[in-house]
Write a protein that binds this ligand. Structure first.
Ligand code: ADP
Ligand code: MN
Ligand code: MN
Ligand code: MN
Length: 335
């Protein structure tokens, strides 16, 4: 009899920002990964007296670390009565996705992150700082770019796993990078982004480097890390007026979005470093100082998608995409 290894991955109950957890199960070849369980008292998801939580597989893909037919199994967390655990934000995203299925919404999320070597960003001098930002974005050369072999490993791993990764780039702050997932549905983009995040941490282990989604890893004159969320409905992909209507609708519920776009968002959305202050709202064509940007080619073509620049790198994509669906599709439904 032969077996494969399934790495069960889930999102824990740590507040204010949840962490990823995983453990391995050996499964007979040919059998699907079954429902499993874990000790929720060790993940901020249960008390010791009533500790069992349920792992329900929602996205399964080839394991690019173990290869050879082994699998990664992203799970949602359920209570033992099989209802969603309070920490399970995917269930609400699934319900809203179903409600607005007719809109055929696509999401593309730009995940920024920073590599750390101990307490310092990777490649930064032992004392002091590197040269000020300006030449690092999409840079080349070992004096400007830190961590490329790790980034390449991560890209290869995502492609091997069949994750919908769209691209990568070096970011404005040295040791900061970005990858993009999508365009896919809210649930597919979010599931695959969580698996891509797990791979980011896991591949960092092999290089003895840690990745962080900290939204403001270095204070001062250094860019923070975001998760720009691009999205479109079928109507937006066909004409321009719905793109503007979506940007208008987002402005009407700006407070709810900001409150749910990631912990410490006010440290990143300062009005500096390609952001608008968290307590203001503005949209504009090509405007990287706005809350929401309409890309120039969308304005030229008079159709396409818009970019919500506000979500933090440490946001929960299930919550971000769910809120955008509620706000944009909700407003469009009311006519
Ligand atoms: P930026 O210029 O902001 O850095 P990127 O190229 O990093 O933009 O990311 C743009 C994202 O938008 C990509 O992930 C892409 O898949 C996504 N995208 C493109 N077209 C659409 C669309 N019609 N709907 C939703 N997302 C889209
Ligand atoms: Mn980008
Ligand atoms: Mn970026
Ligand atoms: Mn962007």
């Amino acid at each position: 009899m032969s077996f494969y290894k399934a790495e069960y991955i889930w999102i824990d109950g740590t507040k204010p920002t949840a962490k990823l957890r995983s453990k391995s199960k050996v499964i007979p070849t040919g059998e699907k990964p079954p429902v499993w369980a874990f000790d929720g008292s060790s993940t901020n998801q249960a008390t010791g007296e009533n500790s069992d939580c349920v792992l329900n597989p929602v996205f399964i893909c080839p394991d690019p670390i173990r290869k050879d037919g082994h699998k990664l199994v992203l799970c949602e967390v359920l209570l033992t009565d099989m209802s969603p655990h309070p920490s399970n934000t995917r269930a609400a995203c699934a319900a809203v996705s179903e409600k607005y299925a007719d809109f055929d919404t696509w999401f593309g999320i730009e995940q920024e992150y920073t590599y750390f070597d101990g307490a310092r960003p990777l490649g930064w001098p032992l004392n002091g700082f590197p040269a000020p930002q300006g030449g690092y974005y999409c840079g080349v050369g070992s004096d400007e770019v830190f961590g490329r072999p790790i980034v390449e490993d991560h890209l290869d791993a995502c492609m091997f796993a069949g994750i919908g990764i769209a691209g990568i780039n070096a970011e404005v702050m040295p040791a900061q990078w970005e990858f993009q997932i999508g365009p896919l549905s809210a649930l597919d983009t979010s599931d695959q982004l969580w698996v891509a995040r797990w791979l980011l941490y896991r591949i960092g282990e092999n290089h003895h480097v840690s990745a962080t989604l900290d939204p403001k890893p270095v204070h001062g004159d250094w860019n923070g890390a975001g998760a720009h969320t691009n999205f479109s409905t079928r109507q937006m992909r066909e004409s321009y007026e719905p793109c503007v209507a979506a940007a208008e609708a987002l402005g009407k519920r700006a407070d709810i979005h900001i409150a749910n776009y990631g912990h410490r968002i006010e440290e990143r959305l300062t009005g500096e470093h390609e952001t608008l202050s968290y307590n203001e709202y503005r949209y504009g064509v090509s405007d990287r100082g706005a809350s929401v940007r309409i890309p120039w080619q969308v304005h030229r073509d008079q159709k396409g998608y818009i970019e919500d620049r506000r979500p933090n790198a440490n946001c929960d994509p299930y919550t971000v995409t769910r809120l955008i669906l509620e706000t944009v599709c909700g407003a469009a439904s009311q006519g």
